[in-house]
Design a protein around this ligand. Structure first.
Ligand SMILES: Nc1ncnc2c1ncn2[C@@H]1O[C@H](COP(=O)(O)OP(=O)(O)OP(=O)(O)O)[C@@H](O)[C@H]1O
Length: 865
């Protein structure tokens, strides 16, 4: 037998060996807090959503963590909710996110571009760190011309290099994140690792995240200021040009009027001279005739005088004299007339030369007029460019405002999560220490109970076993807790599925509520208390009044907190979009007070993370249409303005590209709601733009043109409540016709995405001061009240539902009368000033959620073959 070491040393050695063995075992299974920390850091290096998930798995890995702590963490905010506090699954999710993020950027150069794009899209979800690069790559792929797309990345070097640059940037970010996490361990060794474990999640992650977001913000601000500069320059150049144009136009009009009057005067003078000339000619002719007659008479008189001389000498002589006098008189008259004619001829010649001069002047004026017209065209062009720049600036500003608001909401969520996590961590540490103490006590009890403790405090192999057994028991208990939590989550998922199925069978209108974040004009979100509090279960919410009382609790199918982004919202509605592909008529509409985020939810802004349901729905359809069957897809977009239907695509160019024209043209065809032979409603004279379903990026380009054209034509105005307030209800319609060769089925689905105009109080929106705004507001409020009447009728199962009382309800009649599936978004503003309106919207939504439309119809035809 080996000689025994002194008891205390041996004990210590064995303890160390045990500890080392336990650590090695943990390290082997990849289950130690530090490695997990590294992994989660890597996955979350730049994504806020991922950051929020760090705490839960790490804490759950700590031995002795009680389920109470996990429950508490579940309530720590939206981001941590997404993490699902299950140790094993959370850990697996974290590593799979990292794997997904990595694999998204390990795309071979020869890989099919569409597939690459899709992979990048998917990578966005799990690892938000990939978002900027993925978005850049996606937009680069989108912007590639058709031919280049067909030829792969090599055919479009600029887009590909852009995407590569984005990937490089992302990789750098990722490496930076990784090194940030790895550095302390490399430098300070295992002791530092243990310290770090105790210190909890480091703050580098937020710094990296914030730096990424800040740099995005900075670049957007730069873009905006360059556009603003451009706009200033254009408007400065525009003003003198406009003044010159106006001056030239005035001068030209005056000159034209003066010359016209002069020409008219000359023409009149010529006409009257001509008339006088003709009269004089006639007179001269008649005088000539008379002269001839008189001469003849004179001659006759002379001859008769000769014969009758002897009879009447005296009288003949006197007659002769009279005749001579008359002849002289006539001759002088004739001479005068000839002179007059000569004068008139001279007048005519001078008038003709005047006319010639005027004609020449007219030509010069015309040339100047043409020159002015050319100048005016160039001014017009400059104005169009300026208005284009203005529109771009508006879009960028909207996107910027939305991004900042979302960022602020996520930051405050993150801060709240961090505070709660820190508290939970401290608590867990306390519990862990307590458990360790307990464990030590149990070990000592076991040692004593085994009776194997010699005076020298020797540890026997049994002691090691006891400790191992205890640890195994703890692990087993952790596993059981994990499994129970998984079961709980599965059960909840199952319950929601069943609930959704029941809702679907009953034909309930689903209601989702979304609260927007605070905007710069709402006051400081850090100091201002939100009037709406969305609870952690993401289905219920409360509204507070100014005194801080919250006795208004509501429960809906889904409630989105302000930090929930566009992607998370779309995830919840993508199932509805899918239904349209399956042959259902689906209607999604957003309801809420003005400025509460309806347009943001439906359309969003820009082409990146802030794009809303419409572009995302089309993307989803384009992605899936190809896989499922052959589809034909058309898009229409209309608005109901002051109870008039208007085509928002009326200005689309025939080739499907967007025109720069703004507003409704005067000669736009009149639209009317009609019923077809099946009793289904359609809009007569409405433009339907075909979207290419065989080429997703072409289809998206067409959609962009559609959205551009609609944005220019839609009636918006600046009110006290919203700088870009929609003054009409807008309905985006997608009609899908699919044919499946294999099954011989044809489906016809429809997706109606309706952005209602905001209900508003005249005193708050300031619309009462302007007659036009007042009329708009009255029309909006009236049609919203008609919508309320329809829902009341449906909820009470009334025999007559007043669909025809407004254009909006008449248009949506098919969707609201049981044929299709409907989902309503209720958008809320978080401000206290809006609390009353929020309450009204929520009460309305509660009534809507009671409405049962019956089982929806699937529009599928089976064709005999
Ligand atoms: N969830 C959100 N995240 C970030 N920004 C948002 C969000 N919701 C709304 N906004 C911003 O709030 C502003 C007002 O939103 P929006 O124009 O969508 O309101 P609206 O309800 O459509 O108003 P109106 O009825 O007057 O047209 C916009 O600048 C928009 O970008």
């Amino acid at each position: 037998m080996a000689s025994r070491a002194p008891l205390s040393d041996k004990t210590n050695n064995d303890r160390s060996a045990l500890l080392a063995k336990w650590k090695a075992k943990k390290a082997e299974s990849g289950d130690d807090g530090t490695s997990l920390l590294k992994r989660t850091r890597l996955g979350g290096a730049g994504g806020l959503g991922a950051v929020a998930r760090v705490g839960a798995p790490q804490r759950a890995a700590a031995p002795g963590a009680a389920p109470g702590g996990d429950e508490k963490r579940q309530r720590t905010g939206a981001a941590s909710r997404a993490a699902k506090p299950r140790p094993s699954t959370a850990r697996a999710a974290a590593s799979s996110r990292v794997a997904a993020a990595n694999s998204a950027f390990q795309i071979g150069a020869d890989e099919e571009p569409a597939a690459r794009e899709r992979r990048i899209c998917f990578a966005e979800e799990p690892a938000a760190a990939a978002q900027p690069a993925a978005a850049a790559m996606k937009s680069a792929l989108r912007s590639r011309p058709q031919s280049a797309r067909a030829g792969g990345a090599a055919a479009n070097p600029s887009a590909a290099s852009k995407a590569q640059a984005s990937i490089g940037k992302w990789k750098k970010q990722r490496e930076a994140g990784g090194s940030l996490a790895a550095q302390p361990q490399a430098e300070e060794g295992a002791e530092r690792e243990e310290e770090e474990e105790e210190e909890g999640p480091p703050e580098d992650l937020d710094a990296v995240e914030s730096a990424g977001l800040r740099s995005r913000l900075k670049s957007m601000q730069k873009k905006i200021s360059s556009l603003e500069e451009q706009k200033m320059k254009l408007s400065m150049a525009k003003a003198p040009l406009e003044t010159r144009l106006r001056q030239n136009e005035d001068a030209y009009a005056r000159e034209k009027a003066r010359l016209g009057a002069e020409i008219e005067g000359l023409k009149n003078a010529i006409r009257s001279a001509d008339e006088r000339y003709r009269a004089l000619e006639l007179k001269a002719q008649s005088l000539k005739d008379e002269n001839t007659k008189l001469s003849f008479e004179v001659r006759k008189a002379n001859s008769s005088a000769t014969t009758e001389t002897k009879h009447s000498d005296d009288s003949a002589w006197s007659r002769q004299l009279a005749n001579d006098a008359e002849i002289d008189e006539l001759k002088s008259q004739l001479e005068n007339t000839a002179e007059e004619i000569q004068g008139l001829k001279l007048d005519k010649i001078s008038l003709e030369s005047d006319i010639h001069a005027s004609a020449m002047e007219l030509k010069t004026v015309q040339a100047r007029y043409e020159e002015l017209q050319a100048q005016s065209a160039s001014v017009e062009e400059a104005l169009t460019k300026a208005s284009e720049a203005e529109i771009r600036l508006e879009v960028l500003t909207r996107e910027h405002v939305a991004t900042s608001a979302q960022l602020n909401a996520v930051s405050s969520d993150l801060a709240a999560t961090r505070t709660t996590s820190e508290a939970a961590l401290t608590e867990a540490e306390g519990r862990w220490k307590e458990a360790e103490k307990q464990l030590r006590f149990e070990i000592s009890v076991l040692r004593t109970r085994g009776g194997n403790v010699d005076d020298g405090d020797l540890v026997r192999p049994d002691d090691v076993e006891d400790e191992a057994v205890l640890r195994a028991r703890i692990e087993e208990r952790d596993r059981t807790i994990g499994e129970m939590q998984e079961q709980l989550v599965r059960g909840e998922q199952q319950r929601r599925k069943m609930h959704n199925r029941i809702q679907e069978l009953r034909g309930n209108i689903r209601v989702f509520v979304r609260t927007r974040p605070f905007l710069p004009g709402d006051g400081d979100s850090d100091t201002t208390k939100s009037a709406v509090d969305v609870s952690a279960d993401a289905t219920s919410l409360s509204v507070y009044d100014k005194t801080g009382k919250a006795d208004n609790n509501f429960q809906f199918d889904k409630a989105f907190a302000p930090s929930m982004g566009q992607e998370q919202v779309f995830e919840e509605v993508s199932e509805f979009v899918q239904s349209a592909l399956d042959g259902f008529h689906v209607c999604l509409f957003s309801y809420g007070q003005t400025g509460s985020g309806k347009t943001h939810t439906m359309q969003g802004s820009g082409n990146g993370a802030m794009r809303g349901i419409i572009p995302r729905a089309v993307e989803q359809i384009l992605e899936q249409a190809d896989l499922l069957q052959k589809y034909r897809m058309t898009a229409s977009f209309l608005e109901i303005y002051n109870e008039d239907l208007r085509d928002l695509l009326v200005n689309m160019k025939p080739d499907g590209s967007a025109s720069t024209q703004k507003g409704q043209p005067a000669n736009a065809p009149k639209l009317g709601i009609k019923r077809d032979s099946d009793g289904k409603s359609f809009v007569e004279n409405l433009n339907a733009i075909t979207i290419d379903t065989t080429d997703a990026s072409l289809g998206l380009q067409q959609l962009e043109a559609v959205m551009d054209s609609a944005a220019r034509t839609r009636s918006v105005a600046c009110t006290n409540m919203n700088a870009q307030s929609s003054r009409s209800h807008s309905v985006f319609m997608l009609h899908l016709h699919g044919y499946n060769d294999e099954t011989g089925t044809t489906i016809s689905g429809a997706l109606n995405l309706c952005d209602l105009a905001g209900s508003e109080r005249l005193d708050r929106s300031g619309a009462g001061a302007d007659a036009k705004r007042l009329k708009e507001t009255q029309a909006i409020n009236k049609s919203l009240s008609c919508l309320g009447d329809v829902f009341n009728g449906l909820a009470s199962k009334a025999s007559h539902v007043p669909y025809r009382n407004s254009k909006l309800t008449y248009l949506l009649q098919d969707c609201l009368s049981g044929d299709g599936k409907s989902l309503m978004f209720v958008n809320l503003s978080p401000t206290m000033e809006s609390a009353h309106e929020s309450l009204c919207s929520l009460r309305f939504a509660q009534r809507v959620s009671q409405v049962e439309l019956g089982k929806p119809t699937k529009h599928v035809q089976y064709n005999k073959r």
